[in-house]
Ligand binder design. Structure first.
Ligand code: TMP
Length: 207
């Protein structure tokens, strides 16, 4: 079976993933390669509805396990409806956040631990990314880049939560070092872009 390339971008809030995704659109368009861009939570009609429930600032009473299961439910739908069919058709999939966000935010940030990985492995049924770019930026700087009134329920969390998420990301990147590419998100956006381009060039050459 043909299989496309599955690329994910991860990092703390405010780390500049959206800017890099715009650069990747240009990269793949210039190369004329079939590619879809999607995001989590979201990427499907059901997933986008779940996204608005999860991120709604009014839902302060949401418990940590509910949050975890909603992210995983949106992800299960996303994998079955969009990601798997695209990869099977040989399309490149670029996804803004995926399973590692749940492990970092719910596993480490909410202290739920390894159960988050187990739930999410069920949700993705083997559909793991081929490469994950982790944009590393201190939570203090990340938070300061998002203006206060635009912060969603997760972004509103205390710095202590975001510090745990950041530490979590660093541990995950060590555990899955073969898949992760760590990038200093404090660099200029063009330098980050070039680093990502170099890595994808390498992967496309089959190295
Ligand atoms: P976004 O702002 O990057 O679109 O992501 C929405 C928020 O949801 C962000 O604060 C990270 C958080 N999140 C999780 O906590 N767990 C997850 O599994 C995902 C995908 C995102």
């Amino acid at each position: 079976m043909k299989r496309g390339l599955f690329i994910t971008l991860e990092g703390p809030d405010g780390s500049g993933k959206s800017t890099q995704i715009e650069y990747l659109k240009t990269y793949f368009a210039d190369k004329n390669l079939p590619c879809i861009f999607t995001r989590e939570p979201g990427g499907t009609a059901i997933g986008e509805k779940l996204r608005s429930i999860i991120l709604d600032k009014e839902n302060q009473e949401m418990c940590d396990m509910t949050e975890t299961l909603l992210y995983a439910a949106a992800r299960a739908q996303h994998v079955q409806e969009r990601i798997k069919p695209a990869l099977e058709a040989g399309t490149i999939v670029v996804c803004d956040r995926f399973i590692d966000s749940s492990i970092a935010y719910q596993g480490y940030g909410r202290n739920l631990g390894d159960v988050v990985r187990i739930i999410n492995e069920l949700a993705i049924s083997g559909c793991m990314p081929d490469v994950t770019f982790l944009l590393e930026l201190s939570p203090e700087i990340g938070k300061s880049r998002i203006c206060e009134e635009n912060r969603d329920r997760l972004e509103q969390e205390k710095l202590e939560f975001h510090d745990k998420v950041y530490a979590g990301y660093q541990e995950i990147a060590k555990i899955y070092s073969g898949r992760f590419v760590e990038i200093d998100a404090g660099m200029q956006k063009e330098e980050i872009r070039d680093e990502i381009y170099t890595q994808i060039d390498r992967i496309l050459r089959g190295e």
